[in-house]
Design a protein around this ligand. Structure first.
Ligand SMILES: [Zn+2]
Length: 445
């Protein structure tokens, strides 16, 4: 009798806690593996289509809502979305569901073993008109599938409790420092091994979703790989979904611009990194250290102009004679823009913030953001429990910090050629972005 009473009180308390803090949550996933010929992107040296599928690629949507506010997170096992794709999806989702741009966050895992999304990184691609058709067709299928997965998640919302916690994984290294070391030089090598985790549980106590983040390039596999897969993040999501079969696993990429997995080069290593990350996440999810998140949602989205360093048209004219075909192609693009009077002075850069209760915040930045932004933001706001995601909303190029810009090299300078950007960013980029992060945190207070 006594036991029954205690159990009743316990269950009643659980239900009260659950209903007080539960949000409406919807989860859906859709297979985005190309079904016909596909060209993998991320490495400039690849010269033939993919040769098969190691595991499927997914787009996943997580809808969080209460009576005042909504937020939709969409994760994709892709190199990155183009401005065109995320804008088109956002516009259609607004039409269909009334969702504002600030309420929609896209993040890509940056797998280098996924299909080209036109026109991201188009400078590295050398396609015949027939190949171009294939790439454009996949991009259109992707747009439709992203709208579909968002609509599905939106339709299947039910009360769920969201919990947050942190663990870590140690296979990310600072690749700039490693490269410098190999050349007998020395560069600072900041890293961020934090793994934020959200656990999403329904009223029956079933784990329906696990969202986790990490700041490391999905480049365990290299340019000699022609099998479609999500690299370590793909393996980590599979591992979590295998160990928690009721759950959909969502991966969000952090500020991984200068972070690589180490060691790298084989499928076995991609799986090993993925499983080690998956293990950490599953252990945390089954622990009692996660905190429930209060039912509050806020979001803010803005574009800020980031200036490029001025490059005279005469320099591009000279680049047309370069023996490097990528430099040539970039010069052609820039001279066309210049002669048509298009503005190549700055890029309209997306900065977004979301807050869930007082327990978790995400600052979502576009592009390949280097780790300095994550470390600086967390240091500046130690009590805000922030995850700084890069590769969000669109991936237009690398986003160096002031230090990286000054040091120069691939992430500061030469990568801009492959991304078809006018040249390196102007000094002051870090302060500009940090100002926008401050404002965003204020707005989502
Ligand atoms: Zn990259």
């Amino acid at each position: 009798m006594k036991i029954r009473f205690v159990l009743f009180v316990y269950l009643a308390t659980m239900t009260t806690c659950f209903s007080q803090t539960a949000m409406q949550v919807g989860i859906a996933k859709i297979n985005i593996t190309p079904t016909s010929t596909a060209f993998l992107t991320g490495y400039a040296n690849r010269d033939k289509p993919a040769e098969g599928v190691l595991h499927d690629l997914w787009a996943k949507a997580l809808v969080l809502s209460n009576k005042n506010e909504k937020m939709i997170l969409v994760t994709t096992d892709l190199l990155g979305l183009s401005h065109q794709v995320s804008t088109e999806v956002a516009e259609k989702v607004k039409e269909k569901l009334g969702i504002e741009r600030r309420q929609l966050l896209f993040n890509s895992s940056h797998t280098h073993s996924g299909p080209m999304i036109w026109p991201s990184l188009s400078v590295i691609a050398e396609y015949s008109p027939q190949d171009q058709k294939i790439v454009s067709a996949y991009t259109q299928v992707l747009v439709d599938k992203l709208i579909q997965v968002i609509t599905d998640a939106y339709a299947n919302q039910e009360p769920m409790q969201v919990f947050v916690g942190h663990t870590s994984a140690d296979f990310a290294i600072n690749r700039r420092a490693l490269a410098a070391q190999k050349n007998g030089l020395s560069l600072p090598g900041p890293i961020d091994h934090d793994v934020p985790v959200l656990k999403i549980m329904n009223s029956a106590g079933e784990i329906k979703g696990v969202l986790f983040g990490y700041a490391c390039h999905n480049t365990t596999l290299m340019g000699n790989n022609y099998l479609i897969n999500g690299d370590y993040a793909g393996f980590a999501q599979l591992d979590i979904e295998k160990k928690i079969p009721t759950a959909t696993a969502f991966f969000m990429l952090g500020c991984a611009g200068d972070q690589n997995p180490e060691p790298r080069g084989t499928v076995e290593l991609a799986q090993k990194h993925g499983n080690s990350l998956g293990d950490q996440v599953v252990n945390l999810v089954h622990s009692s250290t996660l905190k429930p998140i209060k039912n509050e949602i806020q979001s803010y989205f803005s574009f800020i102009p980031l200036k490029f360093k001025k490059v005279p048209a005469a320099d591009y004219q000279k680049d047309l004679q370069s023996s490097d075909k990528f430099i040539q192609r970039r010069a052609k693009l820039m001279l066309e823009a210049y002669n048509k009077g298009w503005n190549t002075d700055y890029y309209q850069y997306p900065v977004q913030g979301i807050r869930l209760g007082n327990e978790f915040r995400v600052i979502a930045l576009g592009g390949e953001v280097v780790v300095d932004y994550s470390l600086r933001t967390k240091k500046k706001f130690p009590d805000k429990n922030i995850f700084v995601a890069g590769y969000s909303n669109e991936v237009m190029c690398y986003i160096p910090s002031e230090r990286v810009l000054q040091e120069g090299g691939y992430e500061a300078d030469s990568s801009m050629i492959y991304y078809g950007m006018p040249g390196p960013f102007e000094k002051g980029i870090e302060e500009k972005i940090m100002e926008a992060i401050h404002l965003t945190i204020k707005k989502i207070k």
